[in-house]
Design a protein around this ligand. Structure first.
Ligand code: ADP
Ligand code: ADP
Ligand code: ZN
Length: 210
């Protein structure tokens, strides 16, 4: 199953990807995580992306399309994959079509803007393994420490309030049109993202069976 998770920043794409990846036994490809890893290790792509990502802007299409194309060619994607955070623009979706990849389903996690600000302001991230937590709704077992890998959790720079507003603006202008794009292709499934984390996962798995 080739799956795309769509939704505003902070809608819960990464959280759902973690669950679905285990339940469906296919890898998650998170462009946000890949970009943050590149920024951290200071690669050429990371340096290029930093200005954009830290200011809540999208990294240029050609850069992101390049990294996704390369990643999808790897062997572990042969039986399916979950795209988290890609595509984010119509040109990115068109590039995916041109790669000759068939997308089976697109799950839109629907969350209103007011809820988004609360989710993102409480988000804590592990920059080593990509897991995300929340100070109220998804606490780690030990405060400030990643359950999965033991690294220290941080608040992402782009999760500070001004940058979140910019990211929401970018989302409405550039990413939301993808809903119509995939609805027109008969691939869109919408889930109510205001439910609990497990409820959303169960509802998604149920919809994917249909
Ligand atoms: P995205 O990948 O879409 O940006 P995340 O999966 O990182 O979103 O979720 C954003 C924040 O909200 C995280 O702190 C996460 O722990 C929390 N979160 C995710 N899903 C829910 C939910 N259904 N209810 C409450 N909090 C959630
Ligand atoms: P969130 O789900 O909270 O919006 P991500 O971790 O997916 O955050 O992305 C963080 C940042 O990485 C984005 O604001 C953007 O700068 C960059 N980025 C991630 N994916 C893409 C993409 N497909 N196209 C362009 N920029 C991207
Ligand atoms: Zn971790």
């Amino acid at each position: 199953m080739n799956l795309i998770l769509l939704g505003a920043p902070g809608a819960g794409k990464g959280t759902q990807a973690e669950i679905l990846c285990e339940r469906l036994n296919i890898p998650t490809i998170s462009t946000g995580n890949m970009i943050r890893e590149a920024m951290k290790s200071g690669t050429e792509m990371g340096l290029k992306a930093k200005e954009y990502a830290e200011n809540g802007k999208l990294v240029p299409d050609e850069v992101v399309i390049g990294i996704v194309d390369e990643r999808l060619r790897q062997d572990d994607c042969k039986n399916g994959f979950i795209l988290d955070g890609f595509p984010r623009t119509i040109p990115q979706a068109e590039a995916l079509d041109r790669m000759g990849i068939t997308i089976d389903r697109v799950v839109d996690i629907n969350v209103p803007d007011e809820v988004i600000t609360r989710r993102v302001s409480g988000r804590r991230a592990c920059l080593d393994c990509g897991s995300t937590y929340h100070i109220e709704t998804k606490k780690p077992n030990v405060e400030g420490i990643c359950d999965r890998c033991g690294s220290t959790l941080v608040q992402r720079k782009d999760d500070l309030p001004e940058t979140v507003l910019e990211r929401l603006h970018v989302y409405h202008a550039q990413t939301e049109p993808l809903r119509d794009y995939y609805a027109a292709a008969g691939k869109l499934l919408v889930v109510d993202g205001q439910q609990g984390i497990q409820e959303i996962a169960e509802q998604t798995l149920e919809l994917l069976k249909g």
